[in-house]
Design a protein around this ligand. Structure first.
Ligand SMILES: C[S@@+](CC[C@H](N)C(=O)[O-])C[C@H]1O[C@@H](n2cnc3c(N)ncnc32)[C@H](O)[C@@H]1O
Length: 423
C-alpha cells in the first residue's frame, strides 16, 4: 500500500500555523533581505486574520530583540548555532513570546516544536527549558545589531545610538495629520498645528472621524517635508507619492497636486486615501526616470525611496536587512531622481528633498553633490518656528531628525529634509 504523503504543516495543531508564518517572515528578512511588510502579504496568505496578526507581532518583536535573544541562546549552547539554523529561528520565536509577549512557556514551546519536526527538537526543547528554568529576562534597553550601532555611532555619536536602542524597545505613538479645521481628538498631544499624537496601540480605524477622512496617519517628522512647502494655489508635483500622506497635505494646503509613483498597488492606497479624505489630486503611475510633466511646477516634493532606517521603530526589519550595499544603491537612485525633479521646478519655485533615512549618504551627502552640480538652486533655509518646539534647523538650513529628539513626548522618525529655491 502507498504511504500517504502529507504536505508539511498539514497536521498542525492550534497555534502552529501562526508560528510557521512567523518563521517564514523572519527567514525572509534575515536570510533573504526582504522587507517584512512585503513578505507578510505572501506568508500571511490563507491565514485567518488572528493568526496573521500573531505571526506579524511575533516577527516584529523578535526583530526588535534579536541581538538579546541570540545572546540568551548562545549562553545556553556549548557551540553557537549557525545564524541561519532552523533551531535558532525556532528558539527566537519561542523565547520572544515568553519573554516579551506574555505567552506561557508551555504554549510557546508546544507551538514551536512542530517547526523542527524531524530535526533538532531535543536541542530546541532543551535550550528553551534550560533558559526558562533559569528565569532569564530581556534587558530593559534592547541591544542594536553591532553593524548598525557602529554605523550610527560613526555618523551621529554614541548618545544617538543609545537613544535609538531605547526607541526600538516599543512601538511609537500614533501620529495623525488633521484635515483643515479639524480639532485634535480628546487627550491628544499637539506638537504642531494640524497634528495630533495618541498613545501607541490606538486603533486608528476605530477613532470617530476616520471613515469621514478627518485625519490620516503620519508621523510628525514625515509631516514636515510638505509643511515646509507651505500653503499655495499653484501647481505642485508630489514625486514618489504613494501611499500619499504628503499628497493629502499638499492638496489640503491648496496646491493643485499631481502625484506620481512607480507602484500601482501603493498608488491604489493613495487613491483610497484621496477618496476617504475628499482631497483632490491627479495621479500618475510612472517610473520617474522616464516620465516627465507637461510643464514645470511651482513646487516639487521628492520624498525619495531610501533604506527607510529612520522608521526602524515601526519597521525593525531595517535594522537587520539594510547593509552598506543597499544604502549605496538607494543613494545612487536618489541622485538620479533628484536630478530629474530639479528640471521640473519653475524659476523662483521650491524643491523639497526628503528621505526617512538615518544614513548621511541618503541625506546630507546627497544635498552637497546636488548643490555642486546645480548652481541654479540655493538653499531656502528652514526657520525654527516652522518646526516642533525642541527641534532646530541646522546651520545650513536643513532639518535632521534623530532618535532622542522629542523623547519625552514619544520621539519621532528619522528624516533628512532640505528646501531649495530655483533662481
Ligand atoms: C518613501 S516612499 C514615499 C512615501 C510617500 N511620499 C508618502 O508620504 O506617503 C518612496 C516611494 O518611491 C516610489 N518609487 C521608487 N522608485 C521610483 C521610481 N523610479 N519612480 C517613481 N516612484 C518610485 C516607491 O514606490 C515608494 O512609494
Amino acid at each position: 500500500m502507498r504511504k500517504e504523503v502529507k504536505p508539511r504543516g498539514a497536521q498542525d495543531g492550534a497555534g502552529v500555523p501562526a508560528r510557521r508564518a512567523a518563521l517564514r517572515l523572519l527567514d525572509a528578512v534575515l536570510r533573504r533581505g526582504i522587507a517584512l511588510e512585503a513578505e507578510l502579504v505572501r506568508a500571511g496568505a490563507g491565514l485567518p486574520p488572528n493568526d496573521r496578526g500573531l505571526a506579524h507581532a511575533i516577527a516584529v518583536e523578535a526583530l526588535r530583540r534579536l541581538p538579546d535573544l541570540d545572546a540568551l541562546i548562545d549562553s545556553a549552547t556549548r557551540n553557537p548555532l549557525p545564524q541561519d539554523a532552523k533551531a535558532r529561528f525556532a528558539l527566537r520565536i519561542a523565547l520572544v513570546q515568553t519573554l516579551a509577549l506574555g505567552t506561557p512557556p508551555h504554549a510557546a514551546i508546544a507551538t514551536v516544536l512542530p517547526l523542527v519536526d524531524g530535526g533538532p527538537r531535543k536541542l530546541v526543547h532543551g535550550v528553551f527549558g534550560a533558559l526558562t528554568r533559569k528565569g532569564v529576562a530581556l534587558p530593559e534597553v534592547p541591544a542594536l545589531p553591532d553593524a548598525v550601532a557602529e554605523r550610527w555611532a560613526a555618523a551621529w555619536g554614541d548618545a544617538m545610538v543609545q537613544a535609538a536602542a531605547r526607541a526600538v524597545a516599543a512601538p511609537p505613538p500614533l501620529d495623525l495629520s488633521l484635515a483643515p479645521g479639524v480639532p485634535p481628538p480628546e487627550g491628544a498631544t499637539v506638537l504642531l498645528p494640524g497634528h495630533a499624537r495618541l498613545p501607541a496601540g490606538t486603533a486608528v480605524t476605530a477613532l470617530p472621524g476616520f471613515a469621514e477622512g478627518r485625519f490620516w496617519v503620519q508621523d510628525v517628522a514625515a509631516s514636515l517635508p510638505a509643511r515646509l512647502i507651505g500653503p499655495g494655489a499653484g501647481s505642485a508635483l508630489d514625486l514618489c507619492a504613494a501611499p500619499g500622506g504628503k499628497t493629502l497635505q499638499l492638496a489640503a494646503a491648496g496646491w493643485k497636486v499631481t502625484a506620481v509613483d512607480i507602484s500601482e498597488s501603493r498608488l491604489a492606497r493613495l487613491s483610497e486615501n484621496l477618496a476617504r479624505t475628499g482631497q483632490p489630486a491627479a495621479v500618475a503611475v510612472a517610473d520617474l526616470l522616464e516620465w516627465q510633466p507637461g510643464e514645470p511646477a511651482d513646487a516639487v516634493l521628492l520624498d525619495a525611496p531610501c533604506s527607510a532606517t529612520g522608521i526602524f521603530r515601526r519597521h525593525p526589519d531595517v535594522l537587520h536587512r539594510v547593509r552598506p550595499a543597499l544604502i549605496a544603491e538607494t543613494a545612487a537612485l536618489q541622485a538620479r531622481l533628484l536630478d530629474r525633479a530639479a528640471r521640473w521646478v519653475k524659476p523662483g519655485g521650491t524643491l523639497v528633498y526628503a528621505t526617512c533615512s538615518l544614513e548621511p549618504a541618503e541625506g546630507e551627502a546627497q544635498l552637497v553633490s546636488f548643490l555642486a552640480e546645480h548652481p541654479e538652486f540655493a538653499m531656502d533655509p528652514v526657520r525654527a518656528e516652522e518646526l516642533p518646539a525642541g527641534i532646530a534647523p541646522l546651520a545650513d538650513g536643513t532639518v535632521r531628525t534623530l532618535p532622542g529628539m522629542l523623547a519625552e513626548s514619544g520621539g519621532l522618525d528619522g528624516f533628512f529634509i532640505a528646501r531649495l529655491r530655483r533662481g
